[in-house]
Design a protein. Structure first.
Length: 87
């Protein structure tokens, strides 16, 4: 038994999903059902979350700590924004 529902998706995501379904030769419904089953099987609530090992920046001495302040992070973000704006 199926229940009908409405889901609002960003235009670009829906376009990508339609293309993926067409390339696989399946319906949108089948693709959504398959994707939702896979998502539920993983047990994760946010697909963007994944476990990482620290430190993220490799060092010659893995036991050494890398000191990064909020000011360092803010400056790095500002530098990145400036680089993007210059392009």
């Amino acid at each position: 038994m199926f229940m009908r529902t409405t889901v609002d998706l960003p235009d670009d995501l829906l376009t990508s999903v339609k293309v993926a379904a067409a390339e696989r030769g399946i319906s949108l419904k089948s693709l959504f059902i398959s994707a939702l089953h896979r998502e539920l099987e993983t047990g994760r609530t946010d697909i963007s979350l994944k476990r990482v090992r620290m430190p993220l920046v490799p060092t010659r001495h893995p036991d050494d700590l890398i000191a990064v302040s909020n000011d360092d992070i803010e400056q790095a973000l500002a530098d990145t924004d400036a680089d993007i704006a210059a392009q």
